[in-house]
Ligand binder design. Sequence first.
Ligand code: ADP
Length: 536
Amino acid sequence: MISSLLDYAASYHGKREIITRTVEGPIHRYTYADARARAAQAANTLVKLEVSPGDRIATLAWNTHRHFELFYAVSGLGAVLHTINPRLFEEQIRYIVNHAEDRVIFLDLNFVELAEKLVDRFPTVEHYVILTDRSHMPETSLPNALCYEDLIADESTTFKWPEFDENTASSLCYTSGTTGNPKGVLYSHRSTVIHALGAAQKGALDLGCADTILPIAPMYHANAWAMPYIAPMVGAKLVLPGPKMDAPSILELINSEQVTFACAVPTVWTMVLEHLQATGGRIDSLKRTTIGGSAVPQSMMDIFREEYGVTVLHLWGMTETSPMGTVATQTPDVAALPQKEKHNQLAKQGRVQYGINIKIIDKSGALAPRDGETSGDLWIKGPWAARCYYKREDVAPLDADGWFPTGDVATWDAYGYMKITDRTKDVIKSGGEWISSIELENAAAGHPQVRQAAVIGIYHPKWEERPLMLIVPTKAAAPTKQEILDFLSAKFAKWQLPEDVLFLDELPLTATGKIMKTALREMYKDFSFSGDSGPS
Ligand code: ADP
């Protein structure tokens, strides 16, 4: 049961703290013992609102202590916590609330306006609970808006967490669905607890009670990568950044709370590192960070290691894998390699932990050899990998042996490290050869004047597709197209180089902070190349 995680923390690490930058502004501090008491109050409130086991209860909320309480109150009583990504398009939010048939929405102050706009299109929602106290309650047109602090105030601080089948659904997360409607991934108590055990292991994220964990990844993005479960499981201090996701606010928390471990997508760290370098700031308490969601450029890992003494644990995963699929931690074999090779290995997406299995199927349909060269479709199987999508019987993803297709293309090597070369739909097919957009992007990101890079395939009459590179230069200076091509030509064959390089002020991002290739493809759908340098 998920409730056992908070019970453990409250009983055995009861004084360990959870710190939140609140939506209202001030820093809030309390302990795991306090959190359990308030989760019990929230659970008693849910019972009064006639929430039954199996009901979907939604949140539109940042990473805060109140959201943390709901992680335990909702799942703990057997209902399903549906964490809505507020950055989705309004139409997508309407779709998922209706698809999940949410009965209650708990929302932060900053999302009241959004809910007001959509309220008429949420026929299943009976209650809106605003996550604040009486003095901050806004004027709102939401019907029967309730105040969270008022609601829980008089409830008992104990709750007898029920025991039920471990396969019972506990939470629901929709993937952003860059094409079509978002798809719901339903987690169970069993998958959540086993995933937390797997991810906390030494060979994975290596978390323990000496750690202070800052999940910058939002609680609506694959449950903040399980940190709200792992931190109580190991008794770590938890620091929740609330709505302030700008670099100075994040850095202030890292330093004031002496954060040792953080997790975020690369675009967040690009912003934070830029700020650090511009201001000469330090992050001396931070020892490790796990980065995933998109590929981490090696140059980012080098800066973290060499300038700030931070080890990057490159993580690959999906909402469908809870999210940890693989992590690039060091094996003794890799530790013994010369520096450069070692860093190359650790820039890959990594290895699996006990419980998870992966397979890579090459173009011929055979299991790809572990040569670090042959790429193919990546499949995954294990107790925390999805088997289907919520109420979408029309999408039946598993193969006959129960493997889940990730939609990613990867290689694996003799050391057991998997490397993502692309998403299936992003691979650039040029004259019968495949060009990895990720490898070009990562290499370009190593150029000192490149802030971000994206590569998409553009139709080419002779070669089918050729790579177009889009670059956001650093504020200080912009490189020329030729400088970029010269920089890349050290690492790539001529036919793999971008056919053209364009410079932009910014790249479109998805709701989870990744470069949105679908939007780029749409923007450049009429683009045509003048050159012709495909594979000959
Ligand atoms: P979405 O991006 O659709 O919101 P997810 O966050 O679940 O949903 O995205 C999962 C996908 O993100 C993976 O299938 C993979 O393509 C990509 N991804 C995740 N981590 C990495 C990584 N470390 N390197 C490269 N790609 C990654």
